[in-house]
Write a protein that binds this ligand. Structure first.
Ligand code: FES
Length: 144
């Protein structure tokens, strides 16, 4: 008997656009996987590479950032900085033998509730296909 793998996913969303998009998705009653846990940040430019690596180290199967559309960051270029950091972290993961696709950067404006929901659906499906990052604890054998 095999249980379907339910990935643990962390999403850092900037408060101005992507967090508002998540709110809009909720107001529109759009469904997206409960696997995604959202952390609101002032700007994706505030997310240090260590936040991404620490999330992976602490058991997340995937992490993504969702910020304002490029050139629409409320702090000028925070999302560009975040994009660069995500690319660096992907390189680090690859060097460690971990699939770089477990980390991603997305851009969703506050009006993009449906796109945000789709981002969550697509990323969850991607991580589900990659499988668990850490081996799952084995079920105790009955009667053993
Ligand atoms: Fe949204 Fe910078 S304020 S990414």
């Amino acid at each position: 008997m095999s249980e379907e793998f339910e990935p643990k996913i962390l999403a850092y969303c900037c408060q101005w656009c992507s967090y508002a998009a998540a709110d809009l998705a909720g107001s529109m009653r759009l469904q997206y996987p409960p696997n995604v846990r959202i952390i609101r940040v002032p700007c994706t430019g505030r997310v240090d590479m260590l936040y991404l690596l620490r999330a992976i180290e602490d058991g997340a199967d995937g992490v993504f950032l969702s910020g304002c559309l490029l050139d629409d960051c409320h702090y000028v270029n925070g999302n560009y900085k975040a994009l660069k950091r995500v690319e660096k972290v992907k390189g680090m993961l690859e060097a460690l033998g971990i699939e770089p696709g477990r980390v991603e950067m997305y851009f969703n404006s506050s009006a993009m509730g449906p796109q945000f929901a789709q981002t969550c659906i697509d990323f969850t499906e991607r991580i589900r296909k990659l499988g668990p990052l850490y081996p799952q604890p084995r079920q105790a054998a009955v009667g053993a």
